[in-house]
Design a protein around this ligand. Sequence first.
Ligand code: 8YV
Length: 315
Amino acid sequence: MTKPDILVVGDYADYDHAPMQEAYNTWHMAEGGTLDHLPAEAFEAIRGIAFRGHSFLSGEIMDRFPNLGMIANLGVGYDTIDVAHAVSRGILVSNTPDVLTEDVADLGIGMMIAWSRGIPGAQNWITSGHWAQHGEYRLQRKVSGKRAGIVGLGRIGRAVAERLVPFNIDVSYFARAPKETPGWTHYDDIAAMAANVDVLFVCVSGGPATAGIIGKDILEALGPAGLLINISRGTTIDEPALLNALESGAIAGAALDVFLNERHIDPRFLALDNVLLSPHQSSGTIETRTRMGALQRENLAAFFAGQALITPVPE
Ligand code: 8YV
């Protein structure tokens, strides 16, 4: 039986490549790369795309493949896929929700503690010899008992909130309408919530609807003692406004796993001593990336078997 043809976009681990190559005739495109190397017959043959990355999968790229029927994204966020165009052509799109929720929430909590307790600096205090020479590390900020606001109480936002409860942290959340919660405070205005919390977690999906929702006004409301944590997308924050706020002390600091222009982030971040920078690795555990890859392939397999996708993205 001839294998179906798929285009594999982006970098994959060997444990993802091997099963893809076994099931499909694979063609490859680097993230953000071109298709110039593909022979004409590949464009005709390719019916599925295994997509990974944060560069845009445009309608123009999709239209190079007349028989494309399915795009399987490795990741829960699909803001870099022109889903509207896919839908207009009847191309199905899947993502990998749920399997990464715990990891993303874990990293958000980890960054809150690491920033507040100065963990990266504490290691440096020892390795640079400061402890031996100068004595005690500077005092840090308490985590337990603080007030946190969650922007976006979806799967990931809720998992963050649940993890905050055992720290005796008072949880507020921003959502358009109140949700079923164990007594967390609902706000329909992000600035009003930011003014009443110590830590602001950004957990909304990316895309045009949330672009720049954390702007200067919200950072000012969060204030000089406030910590901003972003585990969503770089696009959700007005980054120049954030850099200004960090440089001027308008907020205390930020712990960021996502940025604009990844992987070449604004160099202004590198000069700051009130940030914890993380290279977009919230789902980056062996266990979770393995499950994400498996779910991506299960979706591809469902499509090629003529079955319903396991985790289709909402249209
Ligand atoms: C990346 C993510 O997709 O799931 C998401 O939306 O941002 C990440 O898990 C992952 O780095 C694979 O590229």
